[in-house]
Design a protein. Structure first.
Length: 301
């Protein structure tokens, strides 16, 4: 179980205590990753003793970076992510673990609108529709922090995953587009304890950029192919009409539309090949990291 923590002094203690009680009599370790907290969170974590494995970043690196650190810090077959802000309910964990026996990934699905401030809803709406277009299906919840999956699967995508909050959306889209077995499980969502670290303006811009990155990473040909074919079709029909109406008259606008469509299609094809190559490189890097960790472990022994 991996718990990312950043300035959650008020909430992290009760959250981890509840997880420790849940993990009793289960073959489960709890790893809390302190992402450079400066509000006294480190003292709360230290008070938990050996019941919780603590990893600390010397400076704030981001939500995704904390999860990556947790993934690399364990050798367990499965990993489970649980936020430290008090929104998740430990009572949902048995259902996630039960589904994890039948699926490679399990994603929590909060009630519609839960945990999303009003000012963040436009960016959420944009990302929701972009991801659903790329996935070709309805997605109940894009970025619920309560989720679980095979560690090896997360290792395969580790190079592709961002350091910030978009870790959740990118990993979800990787699983869906790679056709791995997954399921959404309804979960509760309580009010967060303390102040959110999300910045409205900058994170709104990041939402737009993330939408563009998701398109180029997961299905650029699908997105660029439609306007490319449309441009070529319009140009060809326009040119054919001019030939039939005015005989052998070449129209510059029609030729330009056809060429623009061809260039756009070739650009989409190139982007698709680059995206496939990035995924393959990420998969190979995961094997390299695993070997390095194993060598380090054997050296310590």
């Amino acid at each position: 179980m991996i718990v990312p923590v950043f300035n959650e002094r008020e909430a992290v203690g009760p959250v981890l205590e509840a997880l420790v009680r849940f993990a009793e009599n289960r073959d489960m370790e709890i790893i809390a990753v302190d992402d450079g907290s400066d509000d006294g969170t480190d003292k709360v974590l230290a008070g938990l003793g050996e019941r919780v494995i603590v990893r600390r970043h010397s400076s704030n690196r981001g939500y995704g970076a904390s999860l990556k650190t947790g993934i690399l810090a364990t050798q367990a077959r499965n990993v489970l992510f649980f936020d430290s802000d008090g929104q998740h309910d430990v009572a949902d964990l048995p259902r996630l673990l039960e589904e994890l026996e039948r699926h490679e990934c399990v994603f929590g699905a909060r009630p519609p609108g839960a945990g999303i401030p009003l000012v963040r809803k436009p960016g959420k709406w944009l990302l929701q529709h972009v991801c659903q277009f790329l996935a070709g299906r309805k997605i109940p919840d894009l970025n619920c922090g309560l989720r679980a999956g095979r560690r090896l699967l997360f290792m395969r995508m580790l190079d592709l995953l961002p350091e910030g909050f978009s870790f959740s959306i990118t990993s979800l889209m990787f699983v869906i587009k790679s056709r791995h077995s997954y399921v959404f499980v309804p979960v509760h969502c309580g009010p967060r304890v303390g102040k959110s670290s999300v910045r409205i303006f900058s994170d709104g811009i990041k939402a737009v950029l993330l939408a563009l990155r998701l398109v180029m990473l997961f299905d650029p040909l699908r997105v660029l192919g439609v306007p490319a074919v449309a441009l070529m079709t319009v140009g060809a029909v326009y040119q054919l009409y001019e030939i039939m109406a005015f005989r052998l008259k070449i129209v510059g606008g029609a030729i330009l539309a056809i060429l623009a469509g061809v260039i756009l299609f070739l650009f989409g094809l190139l982007a698709d090949q680059i995206a496939s190559l990035r995924k393959e490189i990420s998969s190979h890097n995961s094997l390299f990291w695993e070997l390095e960790q194993q060598r380090g472990k054997n050296g310590d022994e």
